[in-house]
Design a protein around this ligand. Structure first.
Ligand SMILES: [Zn+2]
Length: 490
């Protein structure tokens, strides 16, 4: 039977590095981009006798994630040791949480703007298509980073011991497109709340995907196939599309599926079996004797005071408060740096709709052109508010404003008015401009006749003539308007 006759069930385990200054159980610096093995100490290297000290901030961030996603926070949470032997974990166990995690239940909203292009999306309510159930969120330490070469591997313990949140969904996803939207929505929530940078390219967010198929009408879930460490959202989607087809084909051919772990090779575009149930790890979990259980009540009370605005609430506010079109609001919400730029431009005095338009259309095009992002842009929100202001005042046209922006890019010491001045753009004296228009029309009687006869295309040519005759350069839109006013009835 075709793939459409199977019910697909997908579950996700997403690892998210928490944005903290230091590691989970020691005071070593956490973060990306340091020389290998420079942020280490006896605790995160697992030296005998070295004891852990909790990073309270990481616990608070995990509780914040839980509250944002509607989880319940149990009064007591505890630490467990997950035993395994591998060079990325020098203690031979990872400190994690098994049966008393920090957050239980909850859900992740699927935002309508996060589905891939062309996906069939059901009706959204205030931007949310539906909520995907979570099983729990727990906190653990990250392992060290291994880099494999031919015949040997190198290990960097800088990442070892970094606070890592694991967000475990219920088996409540059903399509590769939904999975993509889930990852993107979760990432936006984490970034928006400042919990994690969640940059998948830097490994700050990673995911394990599991998927099973069962014939329609069968209640019991099919055998679960897991794919580990997928490092981009589009790779997760590709892996699932492949795996659903592979399993459907095998089931059609009468080949029963066996619970197993596979590796997704994004270059080859196929998944390869790594291990089956018989040789699955036995982690011999047990309660960590070095760490006392966490009593969460006072932390929950503290974190409740600082719950930020979620992306859907932000999008709805942009629509209600500023009258932004839904698509513009979604674009701003999807990129935290772009949103901050917009908000600061509005704070600097620009009208919101104009600011949104400039940020979404012009600024993103310039940033793409210069291969940089909003956070590193030399043109500040204050500059942009100034540019919008001189356009509004009629000192420059939209095209001229783009020249102003380009000049400021290389000379950020200039403000918009000074840059416009340097480019020779000045506010037009309306009376003088009208006289100039009339003079140009008088000099071109043939063209005037043709326009009167209905050849309105010539208005552009007349505008060009007026522009050429003026110094400083007026706003061409204004010139066109004056010319049109000289031809009543066309
Ligand atoms: Zn350390």
């Amino acid at each position: 039977m075709p793939a459409a006759d199977y019910l697909v069930t997908i579950g996700l385990e997403v690892h998210c590095q928490i944005r903290t200054a230091t590691k989970m159980f020691c005071s070593c610096r956490a973060g990306f981009g340091y020389a290998p093995n420079t942020n280490v100490c006896p605790t995160c290297l697992g030296m005998p006798g070295a004891l852990p000290v909790l990073n309270e901030y990481a616990i608070e961030r995990t509780i914040l994630a839980g509250l944002l996603l509607g989880c319940s926070i149990p009064p007591v949470s505890k630490w467990d040791r997950k035993n395994y032997f591998y060079p990325d974990m020098p203690k031979n166990y990872q400190t994690s949480q098994l049966d008393l995690p920090l957050c239980i239940g909850g859900s992740v909203p699927l935002y309508e703007w996060n589905f891939p292009a062309g996906a069939a999306v059901s009706q959204a309510e205030a931007g949310v298509v539906r909520r995907v159930k979570l099983d729990h969120i727990h906190l653990e330490e990250d392992a060290a980073k291994l880099t494999h070469f031919a015949g040997y591997s190198l290990v960097d313990y800088n990442r070892g011991g970094t606070p890592l949140m694991e967000i475990v969904s219920a088996p409540d996803l059903h399509t590769p497109d939904e999975t993509y939207a889930y990852l993107k929505s979760l990432q936006q929530i984490m970034v928006c709340a400042g919990i994690s940078n969640a940059d998948m390219e830097k490994g700050e967010m990673r995911c394990d995907v599991n998927v099973s198929l069962r014939p329609k009408g069968q209640e019991k879930l099919g055998e679960k196939i897991e794919m580990k460490n997928i490092n981009s959202m589009s790779a997760a989607r590709r892996a699932l599309i492949y795996e659903i087809h592979r399993q459907a084909e095998e089931l059609d051919a009468g080949i029963a599926q066996e619970q197993s772990t596979r590796r997704w090779d994004d270059t080859l575009g196929e998944s390869i079996v790594m291990r089956t149930k018989e040789n699955a790890h036995d982690y011999r979990y047990h309660t960590c004797p070095d760490l006392i259980p966490i009593h969460t009540a006072s932390l929950v009370q503290k974190v409740r005071q600082e719950i930020p605005e979620l992306p859907d609430a932000r999008r709805n506010r942009l629509i209600a408060e500023f009258g932004l079109p839904a698509a513009d609001a979604a674009t701003l919400v999807a990129d935290a740096a772009l949103y901050d730029f917009f908000e600061q431009t509005v704070d600097a005095g620009a009208p919101a709709r104009k600011a949104a338009n400039w940020v979404i259309n012009t600024l993103t095009a310039v940033l793409a052109d210069k291969e940089t992002d909003a956070a590193k842009c030399p043109v500040t929100p204050h500059h942009l508010a100034g540019i919008i202001d001189i356009v509004e005042q009629g000192i420059v046209s939209t095209n001229q404003a783009r020249e102003v922006l380009d000049l400021i890019w290389g000379h950020p010491e200039l403000d918009a008015a000074a840059a416009a001045d340097q480019l020779g753009f000045k506010k037009t004296d309306a009376g003088a401009l009208e006289m100039l228009v009339d003079a140009v029309l008088a000099e071109n009687p043939d063209m005037v006749e043709l326009v009167r006869a209905g050849n309105t295309k010539l208005i552009n040519a007349l505008t060009g003539k007026v522009m050429k005759a003026s110094n400083p350069k007026p706003n061409p839109k204004l010139v066109t308007q004056i010319i049109i006013s000289r031809f009543p009835g066309i």
